[in-house]
Design a protein around this ligand. Structure first.
Ligand SMILES: CC(C)(COP(=O)(O)OP(=O)(O)OC[C@H]1O[C@@H](n2cnc3c(N)ncnc32)[C@H](O)[C@@H]1OP(=O)(O)O)[C@@H](O)C(=O)NCCC(=O)NCCS
Length: 197
């Protein structure tokens, strides 16, 4: 039987996800979006309700962490995890539901990836990390060993987090920032070393 998928969110992030879904064996892919003006995404049709698509799997491709959590929590069906075949996943790594792991990402041994997490292109997560639900590790960002990234926290592209650091929930780490100590308060952190905006 054909593998079929609805990708919720007709966006650039969704398009990248569709590429990964195809490589994961999905042959029939449609996008869902609540904007009735969106009719197609690239080669894919955009639907505006789920009727007639009950036999499709579901993935939530919303980049904003809070919105992704909110939408995921009101879906009454499982949300699949998509892993690009070039990603490298170590031993004893646990990966939740609704996760996408993009091309050339690396997740080293003992790390735990929560539900709804985005591990973007070429990001690396070293050993024994905890990446909490709905966090986003952006393109080419790197976390060293035994790092925690809190729920809904965003690590911008090419940011680095040194080993043994914990970042609280709802933090935003700027592109290119280097985090060298725990972040205990939600907010935006910029620069080298990263400081609260
Ligand atoms: C950090 C960030 C969220 C700040 O956005 P913002 O709250 O709108 O902040 P502003 O653009 O008003 O910038 C505030 C100040 O920080 C500086 N700044 C912003 N981003 C910065 C960065 N990444 N590194 C260094 N300085 C930065 C701005 O130049 C500005 O400085 P000024 O006050 O001296 O003029 C945003 O710039 C950023 O880095 N986003 C990450 C994007 C990303 O990685 N996307 C990847 C998706 S895969």
């Amino acid at each position: 039987m054909n593998k079929k998928l609805i990708i919720y969110g007709a966006s650039g992030h969704g398009k990248v996800t569709a590429d990964i879904a195809r490589l994961n064996g999905y042959e029939e892919i449609v996008f869902y979006d609540d904007d009735p003006n969106k009719k197609v995404v690239g080669q894919y049709k955009v639907i505006h309700d789920f009727h007639d698509y009950e036999d499709h799997d579901l993935f939530i491709a919303i980049g904003d962490n809070t919105t992704r959590e909110e939408i995921s929590s009101r879906m009454n069906r499982d949300i699949v995890t998509l892993i690009h075949p070039t990603a490298v996943i170590g031993e004893e790594v646990k990966i939740g539901h609704g996760v996408v792991i993009m091309a050339k990402a690396v997740i080293n041994s003992g790390s735990v990836i929560g539900d709804g997490v985005i591990v973007n292109t070429c990001a690396s997560i070293d050993h024994d990390n905890r990446i909490e639900d709905y966090a986003h590790i952006s393109v080419n960002a790197h976390t060293a060993g035994t790092v925690t990234v809190g729920r809904r926290s965003f690590v911008g592209m090419s940011a680095s987090i040194i080993n043994n650091v914990s970042i609280c929930d709802d933090a935003v780490i700027a592109a290119g920032a280097v985090v060298i100590e725990d972040i205990r308060e939600a907010g935006t952190y910029i620069g080298v070393p990263a400081k609260k905006k």
